[in-house]
Design a protein around this ligand. Sequence first.
Ligand code: CP
Ligand code: NVA
Length: 307
Amino acid sequence: MSDPIRHYLQFSDLNAADYAYLFGRAALIKKKFKAYEKHQPLTDRTLAMIFEKASTRTRVSFEAGMYQLGGSVVNLTTEGSQMGRAEPIEDSAKVISRMVDLVMIRTFEQTKIERFAQHSRVPVINGLTNEFHPCQILADVFTFIEHRGSIAGKTVAWVGDGNNMANTWLQASEILGFKVHVSTPRGYEVDQSIAGIRSPDSYRVFSDPLQACAGADLVTTDVWTSMGFEAENAARQTAFTDWCVDEDMMRAAKPDALFMHCLPAHRGEEVTAEVIDGPQSVVWDEAENRMHVQKALMEYLLLGRLA
Ligand code: CP
Ligand code: NVA
């Protein structure tokens, strides 16, 4: 019997040993990229990307990354494909996965990507759903390791919405052994059952965002209104006013604390310009690292561990 297909639908689809391998591999792949050294283990392989929501980083990082690995890319959107004309997701999965080697999907409900994966002959990668953004946290943890070493035992302060990014940080904390201090406005809390974590041990909830940042090794946030929640924008603008990462919050964190944001950012809303453009911010490394970690991920899902 052939090996089961390995999908990456949420952070918990891989374990600590897989992540140790991937972080090492991403470092090697990044080094080769910087040295203009060819690394093409996916020659003749094709990635299909399906975007049901907008993207800059995910689109560029997967597309450039796959070409650099020697493969090619097909880009689909809801409006430009039959998915926008109600072709069942199961039928789309059966058809697309007969023609390509790997699929990346950005969509709404997590159940949608799960249904696609159930009917796919090839690995499926979550490029963001309402519930999770595993490729982003893969890049964020890799970026932390590059700057500060292992994230095990460290504290990450999450300031803002209890959204897909927050859920994925919580999953990562259980697997990689760090703590998350979560501060959200009332009504926008994280939900442990949606986040899909086993116990509340790896995170602590704070009503005051400044207290959540106290002693943190990393302070991170995200937009107040995620894609798909635009109808709530006015209410969110009011509710989130105090959840803006500013210099006071960074001062409450450890002196060498890093600041991260998955981007796109709104200066003056969830973060001040002083913080995101300041010395503790590593947001550009974070964005670039999407490509390096996803190259390692695509290689791993298709070829397993190498060397
Ligand atoms: N961080 C992120 O996923 O960015 P895009 O929405 O531009 O892909
Ligand atoms: N939480 C944001 C992340 C964007 C990359 C969203 O889902 O829109």
